[in-house]
Design a protein around this ligand. Sequence first.
Ligand SMILES: NC(=O)C1=CN([C@@H]2O[C@H](COP(=O)(O)OP(=O)(O)OC[C@H]3O[C@@H](n4cnc5c(N)ncnc54)[C@H](O)[C@@H]3O)[C@@H](O)[C@H]2O)C=CC1
Length: 389
Amino acid sequence: MSVELSPHGASAPAFTQVKANFELVAKYGDNVPLYLFSDLFLRAPALRELFPVQMRRQRDRLMTALSYAVEHAQNLSEITPYLHQLARSHRKSGIQSEHYEQWGASLVHTMQRFSGNVWNEAVEEEWRDFLSLLTRTLAEGARQDASLRPAYWTAEVISHERRSVDVAVLRLLVDRPFKYVPGQSAPVEVKQWPNMWRYYSMANLPRRDNTIELHVKADGAVGRTLVRDVREGEVVKLGAPVGTLTLNPNTGRNILLIAGGTGFAPIKAILEHVTKLPVPPWVSVFVGAREPEGLYDLDALRGWEEKFPWLTVRAALSELEDQSVATTGTVSEAVSRYGRWEGYDAYVCGPPGMVDSTVAMLLANGFSDNRIRLERFATAVTPSRRFAT
Ligand SMILES: NC(=O)C1=CN([C@@H]2O[C@H](COP(=O)(O)OP(=O)(O)OC[C@H]3O[C@@H](n4cnc5c(N)ncnc54)[C@H](O)[C@@H]3O)[C@@H](O)[C@H]2O)C=CC1
């Protein structure tokens, strides 16, 4: 049988056997991606080098992506942008369009292995049809992206400032023009941890000199390396920018920017974007940290506050008090204390708990979903809910 992606799903097959079979096999949990990757690396040993040593995350991501694709099997065209994003994100690791076929072959083999006597020719044929659509869409995404941009950029660390025990601000010089929208992030790889990419937001507007600023907390292998070990002159890799926490300058409303910890990075880029608007709206920035040294960029913010009459900056400390620099409490408590914010759009970024409690507070204060933009900082390969478009 030959099947085509139908734009409206009208004549698309339902892939009911694929769905039922995937549900059955998925019960074997982590064993499924474990088997799949082993099969793939046996078929194509060179692919092993394109993945990190620790594969736990890759296995989880694979199952998330696969179950999302199976869920939309009868109309894959609906999730084509997601599949293309997935293929784009894989290019930085060296995965190319031709690799998707090998992956498809391993997948069929894996499904068969876990299906026992439920497996038959009809099930296999449906899987092959489904995977041919899926891998074609992925390969096409990789090809399209290759015609538009490099698989990755390299960037030299030109300054490294340790702002606290566990936070550093790095300036990088990217080897080629690096286009992004302020508020977006990009995956970063350090040579100490091959194929382990960690997302960081560019904390500045794109510049003509191709320099970017990153705010890094020493958590996770990549974060600890960037803060503690990386020195000026070292080179890192950057993948393509992603993310939707970007300024919507046309709403006619004022702007409330709320940041927790190094989640300040994209908020700073959005604020810099506002400074370039012909008529900036009123902007209130709230930055939260646990202790005074966590307010690692407050001086820069205060400098902007002096310069721009439309800008107000407030800081909050949740664990160690210092009334001379900040109010006490979490950043969302501070926002709620200072007003009801009618006529404002909110942009929120920080640790997941802080984002959740801040969004709950905003909704309780009458904000609607479409007036809140946030960054949960999921990796680009996971389907995510968007609050505002
Ligand atoms: N570096 C970057 O480019 C970016 C970082 N992020 C994220 O920002 C986060 C930064 O975390 P840290 O610097 O470790 O911040 P942190 O854990 O030190 O907390 C910063 C602020 O958030 C508040 N907070 C923390 N957990 C909370 C909770 N459960 N409920 C209410 N408030 C809470 C704290 O009270 C404090 O005011 C990370 O999750 C990171 O992934 C997000 C986007 C970009």
